[in-house]
Design a protein around this ligand. Structure first.
Ligand SMILES: Cc1cc2nc3c(=O)[nH]c(=O)nc-3n(C[C@H](O)[C@H](O)[C@H](O)COP(=O)(O)OP(=O)(O)OC[C@H]3O[C@@H](n4cnc5c(N)ncnc54)[C@H](O)[C@@H]3O)c2cc1C
Length: 436
């Protein structure tokens, strides 16, 4: 059996490893256009911010490991240009496949404005971008970051940590626009202390002779030595379209719970694929690392003629900005309303440990429907990860506010409270839902 996998990132290499483990005699070949496999784009901000010193550490394993330890044929620095029924073409050579996996990831969205290709402007989608940006940053004094989703926020912190003057330009009214305004306002206040934060502002052009000199918006002009564009991503689906694979509403590849596509023996996993959102119960596009790895695992098992189903994910996420941890599991209130839910919500500010102990502050928001089913939790402040981990587990099981309230979160004075903030915020919804 000949297996071809296009893309050697999280999803592709997880699938390849699974198939080879379950079917050692099969030929498993990975095609990766960059020189790297099992790379970690999530580490780019920490590499640029000098927390990770060695670029090589951004790859979990190298090609030699996959070839020698796992018996996987890794063709790196080889782009697939064409895919047809039972064959693909890469580097002018034709390869046959019996089963195929699209694990082509995503690509950075463009602004589509004048001079976007000037030297000194980059996205940070692949680790090679991180390498280039770090070199540029050495000689730069002023940096503009466009977009303040989690990647924009993490890159902003990275540049601040290496002593750059940063301007952040965001189209929406607060940073992390996926979050609700209460959370965004707290981050906005913190970011505003350290960077020139320009909100409700639209980039309309770049200016420069040989390289970037100025960013022009609808409200002003910002001189700079380099620019990072982080305004979103799109699924990489050109090859899948070529093969006639069906796309979902989001534009990513439509899949079922086995990660099968509409074409027999063709699978898709990771950022290029749709999967189930366990809160909305609809197919969704959730381009994050943990779902990508698990989708790759599921695709690999099923491609190897075993059976496992992918139950979906929640879009659970954590990010940070200096001392602030920020996280979200499930839907924000605005997302829930857009999805047509009739919602109730509560927002609280709480201590993270017993009153008599040194304390941190956490702000939490919970969103539920009128039946009491919790739809999402967002937090900002200290010890956010703990609460997002707890909330993710409960949301995954479809818990309601009572189950959030009665979950037995442990208590130890320096680390938690008798009434955990997650319990308090859930209880706050009791009155709104008529629960005594
Ligand atoms: C800066 C940054 C920070 C992030 N931080 C987090 C985080 O903290 N937490 C989190 O959950 N997620 C994070 N993510 C998202 C996470 O990195 C992705 O969800 C994950 O990498 C997706 O894995 P994938 O295998 O689907 O795609 P990728 O890792 O993008 O791999 C796809 C691969 O396909 C290759 N490819 C594409 N087309 C072809 C072709 N025609 N021929 C050959 N090869 C091809 C590409 O070169 C690429 O290597 C971050 C992303 C970025 C950019």
């Amino acid at each position: 059996m000949k297996i071809a996998i296009i893309g050697g990132g999280a999803a592709g290499m997880t699938a390849a490893s699974r198939i080879k483990r379950l079917q050692p005699k099969w030929e498993v070949r990975v095609f990766e256009k960059s020189p790297y496999v099992s790379h970690a784009p999530c580490g780019i901000p920490f590499y640029v911010g000098d927390v990770v010193k060695n670029f090589r550490n951004l790859c979990t394993y190298d090609t030699t490991f996959f070839k020698e330890e796992r018996g996987i044929e890794v063709n790196n620095s080889l782009e697939v240009d064409e895919v047809g029924d039972g064959y693909l073409v890469a580097g002018g050579k034709e390869y046959e496949w019996d089963k195929l996996l699209f694990a082509t990831g995503s690509k950075a969205s463009k602004l589509n404005v004048e001079n976007e290709d000037l030297e000194g402007i980059s996205c940070v989608n692949y680790i090679e971008h991180g390498k280039k940006v770090k070199v540029w940053a050495k000689d730069a004094e002023k940096v503009v970051v466009i977009g303040s989703g989690y990647i924009g926020v993490e890159m902003t912190e990275a540049f601040l940590k290496i002593g750059k003057k940063v301007t952040v330009i965001e189209l929406k009214e607060h940073p992390l626009p996926e979050y609700d305004a209460e959370i965004g306002a707290i981050l906005k206040a913190e970011m505003g202390k350290l960077v020139n934060l320009r909100l409700n502002e639209k980039v309309i052009a770049f200016e420069g002779k040989d390289r970037i000199e100025k960013v022009i918006t609808n409200k002003g002009e910002y001189e700079c030595d380099m620019v990072v564009i982080a305004v979103g991503i799109e699924p990489n689906v050109e090859l899948a379209k070529q093969l006639g694979v069906k796309l979902g509403k989001s534009g990513a590849i439509a899949t079922n719970s086995k990660m099968e596509t509409s074409v027999e023996n063709v699978y898709a996993a990771g950022d290029c694929a749709e999967s189930l959102n366990v809160v909305t119960k609809k197919m969704d596009w959730i381009p994050l690392a943990t779902p990508a790895n698990k989708m790759g695992y599921v695709a690999g098992v099923n491609m190897a003629d075993y059976l496992i189903e992918y139950p979906g994910s929640l879009k659970s996420q954590i990010t940070g900005f200096y001392g602030l941890e920020i996280g979200k599991a499930g839907l924000s209130e605005k997302e829930a309303v857009e999805e047509g839910f009739d919602v109730v919500s509560s927002f609280i500010t709480s201590r993270t440990s017993a009153k008599y102990m040194p304390n941190g502050i956490i702000h939490l928001k919970i969103v539920a429907d009128r039946s009491g089913k919790v739809l999402g939790v967002q937090c900002i402040g200290k010890d956010v990860a703990k609460r997002i981990y707890g909330a993710s587990a409960l949301l995954y099981k479809g818990a309601d506010v009572r189950e959030f309230f009665f979950t037995d979160f442990p208590y130890y004075p320096p680390e938690s409270r008798v009434w955990d903030p997650l319990v308090i915020v859930a209880r706050n919804l009791f009155r709104k839902l008529g629960i005594p």
